[in-house]
Structures are given as C-alpha cells and as structure tokens.
Design a protein around this ligand. Structure first.
Ligand SMILES: *Cc1c(COP(=O)(O)O)cnc(C)c1O
Length: 453
C-alpha cells in the first residue's frame, strides 16, 4: 500500500519523479496532478475527498465499474495457485487455455484463435506481424502495404502509432514505411453540405481508390476502429461499413477491426464490428477485456488467417514474456463471465444505451452544441461558436479545455478531444446515474458558455 500523504506532498513527488503518458510535463508540474485515491461503483474519489462520476470508465476500460469482487477473487486465487508461467517452449496453463475457449465462444463464429499481448498497442504490433506472415506464407511477399485512417488511434508503440493517424504523434518520430492513411468518416467535421449517407459511401470509396492506386497485389490489409474512440467518438454514417466490407471482399485484402474500445459491450454488442455487420479477419482487443483490473490485450484471429498460420508450419517469431499472463487471463475470464451472467451488454443494448442516447441528445439544444452523436455507451458532442456554420471558437480548442475543467469541477469525468466532449461510461451505470451525468454535463456547458462570452 502507498503511504498516506497530503495532496500537496503527492503532487510535489509526482512532479519531481513521474513522467506521465500523453502529458505536457512542464505544464502539469505547474498545475499539479489530481490524485485519485479510491473508486467505488461508477465513482472515483480524489485526495481532497471529492466524489466524481466517472463518465469515461477509467480509460474506456472499467466497463463493469470499480467494485467487482469476483474479479479480485479470481486474480487472488490465480496468484496463489500459479502466479506466473509462460506460454513459450511448448508450455501452456489452464487460465490461458480457458480464456481462449471463452473468448472465441463470444467472438464471431469465424474467429476461433487468439494471440495474447499486454496492451492494445502490442496487439496492433502483433497484427502487423501476422499480416506479413499471412501473405508471406501464401507466397505473396509483395503484399505489405496496410491502409489505415487519419485521426485513427491504434496505440503508442512505433508500429501502432504509425498505424494510427495522429499528426501530433507522427511529428515526434519517424513512422514505419508501408502504411497509407485515408480520410475518416467524420461527417460533422469534414462532410460539409453532403448528406451523411452519401458522405459515408464517398469516404469508404477512398479505400477502393487507394487500393487501385497502389495496386491490389501490393495491399495487405485495411485497419479501422468500428467507431473511432480517441479521435473523438466518430460514429460513421450507416452507409460506411457495408461499403468498406464490400471493397475488402472484392479486393481480397484483410480487414482488421480494432476492437480495443468497441469490444466487450461498448456498443451493446460484444464487438463493434458485429454492431455494423462487418466480418473482420483480425480483431485486436484490450481495455475492457479485464475490466481494467489487469493489463491484457490480444488478437482474435479468423479461420482464414489461422488456417494459413497453422497449416504451413515454421515458427512465428513473435511474443511477449507475459503473453497470456495467468493473473491477467483469470481477470479476463471473471470479467467475461460477469458481463454474461449480469446481462450487462443486453441492458446497454435494450435499455440503458437507448436511455443514455435519448438524454444525451437533449444537450444539442444548448447554445454551444453543434451536434450530439453516439451508439450504446459511447457518446460525443461538438462545441461550436456558431451552430449553423459549425464555426469553432478558436484554433487552440480552448472551449474543449474549459469544458473539461468545468466538468471536473462539477463532479464529472468527461474527456475533451479538441473541441469534442466524449463519454464512455461504465456499462453498469443506472438510469439515475445517467440523469446525473447529463445534468452535470449541462452545468459544465453553462459554465463554459459563461467563460467564453
Ligand atoms: C487505447 C487503444 C489502443 C492502445 O491500447 P493500449 O493498451 O493503450 O496500448 C489501441 N487501439 C484503440 C482503438 C485504443 O483505443
């Protein structure tokens, strides 16, 4: 256990010794970090005793909230019985075997194999390795280019960051060659006067154009999040995924759906690709798989890919010390059983998801809000100066930063992505707690408006 210190002491030590992810170190040292000391249900508590409603399920991962005794018990029991053994050198252990059975049971019917990593980033590195191996084994080694999307997020290792389309990240390192980015299906920001359905088809067809430009025999795969999360909960028009699926099938390239956020219930289905009726060849996952209680990621592999990898022979020279760590697998087994037995995903699909979307849509009446959107337990809104023209307040996304701080002051975690505000609450959130979320968001919007005008 950590020692008990005052907030000021924690902040000082934090600033002195701790380099945070995706953070301006200088800026944070000046402001001091918020120290989170406790969590219960759908609330977190800071060192000053403030109770804050967690509209982000941690970092899109604590889908069942924070007091899951069954997961704690499963991890504890596993650590007592077999705290570690690896899956290298022709060994295996019950938790990794049992999880593989369970996870392929909830996965789409054509996906019956899984490879484990410790994170979503590593899962996407693994995706690249598998794609290359798949085409090499079929004597098409020239098929190496992967098409991805601008403003997509696939993680922060060099490979995953290269697959992603975040300019700010690309500026800080040399990205991997062999990755091409096409536009995202972001109607509010980039659709102009076009009808959303027409826009969806048009951006999807950029994939076809890109494949034709590069030559279909050079293209290995297309990767996309069913709904972009970190990019701002970009919900594609309904026409988008059917067109993407058609193009991948016709051109014979692999389809990779990054399920790190959409997987494990977010959309009211087990996987976001199922929500859109897409049939991926590979599905990287992480985050919600263990309810955030242990680090675990992996790749679900379709029969099309697994049959090639398994039947051709030869070592797949890839893996991590902790691939399929027993405690992480135990946490995932307990999480999946809980999601299933508690019927949480069904509730999001039929009851609380539609309720959240209905209440969230009311925020569109606010003078600052240019659009609301969402699916299941994912939602976003756009902060604008002018609702008609979609004009922003400034280029520095001041509105988003003000609104995020106003949310925290109002006792709500809501994340700002530029001038978009996004939520991804625990799937366990009740209707009363959804009311609380929407009321607090309204209050934060009012504060933001008064600060901006
Ligand atoms: C978070 C995220 C990742 C990266 O996962 P890490 O566990 O942070 O490495 C990959 N893809 C998507 C869609 C994500 O949201």
């Amino acid at each position: 256990m950590s020692e008990v210190r005052s907030t000021a002491q924690w902040q000082e030590l934090d600033a002195k010794h701790h380099l945070h992810p995706f953070t301006d170190f200088k800026d944070l040292a000046e402001k001091g970090s918020r120290i989170i000391v406790k969590a219960e249900g759908v609330y977190i508590y800071d060192s000053e005793g403030n109770q804050i409603l967690d509209g982000m399920a941690g970092l899109w991962c604590c889908n069942l909230g924070y007091d899951r005794k069954e997961i704690v018990d499963a991890v504890q029991q596993q650590l007592t019985e077999l705290p570690f053994y690896n899956n290298f050198f022709q060994c295996s252990h019950p938790p990794s075997i049992e999880l593989s059975r369970l996870i392929t049971e909830i996965a789409p019917e054509h996906m019956n194999n899984v490879f484990y990593t410790n994170s979503g980033s590593e899962a996407n590195d693994t995706v690249i390795r598998m794609i290359h191996r798949f085409w090499d084994l079929q004597e098409q080694p020239q098929r190496k280019t992967i098409i991805a999307r601008k403003n997509g997020y696939h993680g922060s290792t060099i490979a995953a960051g290269s697959l992603g389309g975040m300019n700010g990240m690309h500026k800080q390192y040399a990205t991997l060659p062999g990755i091409e980015h096409i536009d995202q299906p972001y109607w509010f920001g980039e659709g102009g006067d076009m009808d959303p359905a027409e826009f969806g088809v048009q951006v999807a067809r950029q994939l076809e154009a890109k494949i034709d430009e590069l030559g279909a025999d050079k293209v290995a795969a297309f990767i996309a999040e069913p709904i972009q999360g970190a990019g701002g909960v970009i919900v594609p028009p309904e026409t988008y995924w059917p067109e993407i699926s058609r193009i991948c099938k016709e051109k014979g390239i692999l389809l990779v759906c990054d399920e790190v956020i959409c997987g494990f219930g977010r959309t009211g289905e087990w996987f976001g690709s199922s929500y859109y009726g897409a049939e991926p060849d590979l599905m990287p996952f992480a985050k919600g798989v263990t309810n955030g209680y242990q680090p675990l990621g992996g790749v679900l592999v379709s029969d099309r890919v697994a049959d090639v990898l398994k039947s051709k022979g030869g070592e797949f020279t890839h893996g991590f010390t902790y691939s399929g760590h027993p405690a992480a697998c135990a946490a995932a087994i307990a999480t999946i059983k809980s999601l299933r037995e508690g019927k949480h995903i069904e509730r999001v699909r039929e009851e609380t998801g539609p309720y959240l979307q209905k209440r969230w849509a009311e925020l569109a009446e606010h003078p600052l809000v240019g659009e609301t959107r969402g699916v299941g337990f994912l939602a976003a809104l756009e902060l604008v100066k002018n609702k008609e023209t979609r004009e922003r307040f400034d280029d520095d996304c001041t509105a988003g930063a003000i609104c995020r701080d106003a949310c925290t002051e109002s006792g709500l975690v809501m994340r700002a992505v530029g001038d978009m505000m996004v939520v991804a609450p625990p799937l366990t959130m009740t209707k009363e707690q959804i009311d609380e979320l929407v009321e607090k968001a309204k209050k934060a919007l009012d504060i933001t408006l008064s600060k901006l005008t």
